[in-house]
Write a protein that binds this ligand. Structure first.
Ligand code: THU
Length: 138
């Protein structure tokens, strides 16, 4: 799957967003080195603080399917009419959750942060430098 297709997969996933409180639909798509793609979207809760972010849902889906590495790229999309011109970037908790899966397979995935005007391509290690991960517990 190309980067553009990965972004499209994230956009498609956001159609299933459950965000009645923020009305802020987020989509995430993870691409693995074996070609598999796993998507996620944000799931909110009447107890607001319990919201699950799109990236975290995608990682949970992947790990529940037994995936433990090979994370090659991540695409994140937000709503077209919110957030200004800047591309959306994963929240701090999602960076940490993505890092767990990335470190398990010793990859440093590209994170495609999608905005209305541009797609910002960053390494996960740029978004989360000096990360605390599985190896930190050795
Ligand atoms: N959200 C995500 O899904 N991913 C992020 O990285 C940032 C925020 C969601 C959480 C909440 O449902 C909505 O966006 C507004 O914060």
């Amino acid at each position: 799957m190309t980067d553009d297709e990965l972004i499209e997969a994230a956009r498609l996933a956001a159609q299933n967003s459950y965000a009645p409180y923020s009305q802020f639909a987020v989509g995430a798509a993870l691409r693995f080195s074996d070609g598999r793609v796993v998507t996620g979207t944000n799931i909110e809760n009447a107890s607001y603080g319990m919201a699950l972010c799109a990236e975290t849902v995608a990682v949970a889906k992947a790990m529940a399917d037994g995936i433990r590495g090979g994370l090659d790229a991540v695409a994140v999309t937000g709503p077209a009419d919110r957030g200004g011109d800047e591309p959306i970037t994963p929240c701090g908790r999602c960076r940490q959750v993505l890092n767990e899966l990335a470190q398990l397979g010793s990859t440093d995935p590209d994170v495609l942060c999608v905005g209305p005007k541009e797609v910002k391509r960053l390494k996960l290690s740029q978004l989360l430098p000096l990360a605390f991960g599985p190896a930190s517990l050795d």
